[in-house]
Design a protein around this ligand. Structure first.
Ligand code: SF4
Length: 234
């Protein structure tokens, strides 16, 4: 999949297109059947120049009603554990793979992900964060292009081209499982340690070469990483 066409841009480079422009292209999207059951499109929220971007799966009931990601209990949990990383909500950007709520909070279907993913891809290209934190299996599988479960992937960074990816549990799932809550807090502490010891703007290669939390390649992920940002002129 190539670069989504954004009016006024031909080969948009990282950080070239604004989030407002992408939201404009999204409009009243009816590219998949979820448009029939949604209350609001949940585009994303936060700092458009965030160093850390968080990616979840899809809006839940509260998010659908309010049009904002990670509100309600999951959002409160996220706000609380962000403190372990030394981050505040307004310093990060949060978006989901799907912009509309799947009925009954079921898992996203592959054709829905296919239809909606270009918007997330452009959001990532626009923000161009250093770190992407994927929360839960669907977001992790989309970003890392793997079917490996979150329990095997979490707890370390994975390098995907420009991006350092930290998979962890979804804050809503962690609320239902005390053991996962402990692990997600560990992951956020690790993120905080990384941010504190690696200044913004540091070259990814030199960072990775000396980090204890080195990313390990995910089997089969390399080509997909290319595909994820095909056409980027970084
Ligand atoms: S989920 Fe995405 S692709 Fe489907 S209607 Fe909503 S915005 Fe469009």
């Amino acid at each position: 999949m190539g670069v989504m066409h954004i009016p006024g841009h031909t080969h948009q480079a990282p950080r070239e297109v604004t989030l407002e422009e992408i939201r404009g292209v999204l409009g009243d999207c009816r590219l998949c059947p979820l448009c029939e059951t949604r209350t609001n499109i949940v585009f994303g929220v936060g700092d458009p120049h965030a160093r850390v971007m968080f990616v979840g799966e899809a809006p839940g009931r509260n998010e659908d009603l309010q049009g904002e990601p990670f509100v309600g209990a999951a959002g409160q949990n996220l706000n609380r554990i962000l403190a372990f990383a030394g981050l505040r909500r307004e310093e990060i950007y949060i978006a989901n793979v799907l912009k509309c709520r799947p009925p009954g909070n079921r898992n996203p279907k592959p054709d829905e992900v296919l239809a909606c993913a270009p918007f997330l891809r452009e959001q990532i290209r626009s923000i161009w964060p250093d770190i992407i934190v994927t929360m839960g299996n669907p977001a992790t599988h989309f970003v890392l292009k793997t079917e490996i479960g979150i329990t095997k992937l979490r707890g370390r960074f994975h390098q995907m081209g420009h991006f350092r990816v930290l998979p962890t549990f979804h804050p809503a799932a962690a609320l239902r499982n005390p053991a996962w809550q402990e692990l997600i807090e560990q992951d956020f502490r690790m993120l905080g340690e990384y941010l504190a010891t690696h200044p913004a703007g540091e070259a990814p290669q030199s960072v990775g070469a000396s980090s204890d939390a080195l990313p390990e390649p995910v089997p089969g992920a390399g080509e997909a990483s290319q595909a994820l940002f095909e056409g980027s002129r970084s």
